[in-house]
Design a protein around this ligand. Structure first.
Ligand code: 2IT
Length: 447
């Protein structure tokens, strides 16, 4: 890493020692932009790196609520408003026990560069809570969401900050959050994305992250004269991203042979499709059950306490769950089992050591901030439709999503080529995102 970048990373670690995920995300981006910093000393003179790692605003708050037994529960709420150089803050809300300041800051940092890649005017943010939706009734989730929004509403708005869903926050939670915002503000505005179709949501937003990954993967394979047709794919999570990725990958001729959760993984050698895919889509959103139910229902093998990466033979790995779900040993197992392509559908699912294993083995590897940007891009399209007070057709939104994924793919390859790492999507994504944000910051002065 270049000396200036290294000194900023060291300062971040010294100042906030308890934030390993944030250090990891900052280290990866700053390593990648090293050639830019060497070519253009003005970024150093303007202290761009020091400013990028300091969130514009961090909001942390108490979220008290009453559970179904009448007991009082207290969770912690967050919104990290990282960077608004190119547009209002934008990024999801995550409800999961692993949520803390470090995970929020890493996700908001990644979101800043991802959003820049989408070609749409959106700054970077992330928020959420250490609340666990698993095992909670609808009424408990509603009371939690109402309490969460009762603090958050004063910090967001359609021109200020527009949250959306992420892990643990889907259509149900967005509904409760939107209802409470509207009640408190007495305003019906596009303050959240991922809304229901009858009240301001966009067609294709639920499918967008997963479809976008499949479109990005199609572009990656095309650079090798190849396609998704006939490929065997391993995925991990079975949430929104995993489900719609499978739907599009199957449509494009691939076979997806695994899914999983924190309890283990399912191996389905015949591939998930048809009735099985429909069940997978409902597994969490309707039944709120573990992936094991899929194995039980369809007579597939359930491998408790393991991740698919260790034992499933595949051409392509698409991590769809959580940060750092693929470590160096998982990566070596994937390579040994014949995997040739890794496309991140989750945010930062591969550790830096895992990425090194893939790159040394000559795999095609794409980082989440490029490959999974279709979700937030379609959120951007939802914002546009809300502002115009009209709705585009499914074909129109899907066409724009596909174009955006193609343009992100092109931008990654162009930036990688321009700065001496042809074919390196990680370097390309980070540089292309960085240049857009950094140049906007330079234009706007010391703010
Ligand atoms: O990680 C992500 O890009 C998201 N959770 C979607 C964010 C958004 O604002 O749609």
């Amino acid at each position: 890493m270049q000396e200036y970048a290294r000194s900023v990373v060291e300062a971040v670690i010294a100042r906030d020692p308890g934030e390993p995920e944030f250090h990891q995300a900052v280290g990866e981006v700053f390593e990648a932009v090293t050639p830019v910093l060497e070519t253009y000393p003005e970024y150093r003179e303007s202290r761009i790196l020091e400013r990028l790692v300091e969130p514009e605003r961090v909001i942390m708050f108490r979220v008290p609520w009453v559970d179904d037994r009448g007991d009082i529960q207290v969770n912690r709420g967050f919104r990290v408003q990282m960077n608004s150089a190119i547009g209002p803050y934008k990024g999801g809300l995550r409800f999961h026990p692993s949520v803390n300041l470090s995970t929020m800051k890493f996700l908001a940092f990644e979101q800043t560069f991802k959003n820049a890649l989408t070609t749409l005017p959106m700054g970077g943010a992330k928020g959420g809570s250490d609340f666990q939706t698993r095992g909670r009734s609808d009424a408990e989730v509603m009371r939690f969401c109402q309490s969460f929004m009762t603090e958050l509403y004063r910090h967001i708005g359609p021109h200020t900050d527009v949250p959306a869903g992420d892990i643990g926050v889907g259509g149900r939670e967005i509904g409760y959050l939107f209802g409470q915002y509207k009640r408190l503000k007495n305003e019906f505005t596009g303050v959240l994305t991922g809304k229901g179709l009858g009240w301001g949501g966009s067609l294709v937003r639920p499918e967008a992250t997963g479809y976008g990954v499949a479109y990005f993967l199609t572009e990656m394979l095309a650079t090798r004269g190849d396609s998704l047709s006939g490929k065997t794919i391993a995925i991990s999570g079975y949430g929104n991203v995993g489900t719609y990725f499978v739907e599009k990958a199957v449509e494009l001729g691939a076979k997806v042979v695994s899914l999983g959760d924190e309890f283990g993984c399912v191996f389905d050698p015949d591939g998930i499709s048809g009735e099985k895919l429909a069940y997978m889509a409902d597994l969490w959103t309707v039944y709120r059950k573990s992936a094991k139910e899929y194995a039980d229902k369809f007579g597939c093998e359930w491998r408790p306490g393991t991740k698919p990466w260790r034992s499933v033979k595949c051409d392509i790995a698409v991590p769809t769950a959580m940060q750092n779900e693929i470590d160096a040993d998982d990566a070596r197992a994937l390579v040994a089992n014949g995997c040739r392509v890794v496309c991140e559908a989750a945010n930062m699912p591969c550790t830096p050591e895992a990425v090194r294993v893939f790159q040394e083995a000559g795999l095609l590897y794409a980082p989440g901030k490029a490959a999974n940007a279709g979700g937030v891009a379609t959120s951007g399209l939802e914002m546009s439709q809300n502002s115009m007070r009209l709705s585009w057709t499914r074909e129109e939104v899907d066409r724009r999503l596909r174009q955006i994924m193609q343009s992100i793919h092109r931008a990654c390859l162009e930036a990688a080529e321009r700065f001496g790492s042809p074919g390196d999507y990680a370097v390309g994504a980070n540089i292309a995102g960085f240049l857009k944000v950094a140049d906007a910051m330079m234009d706007q002065g010391v703010v």
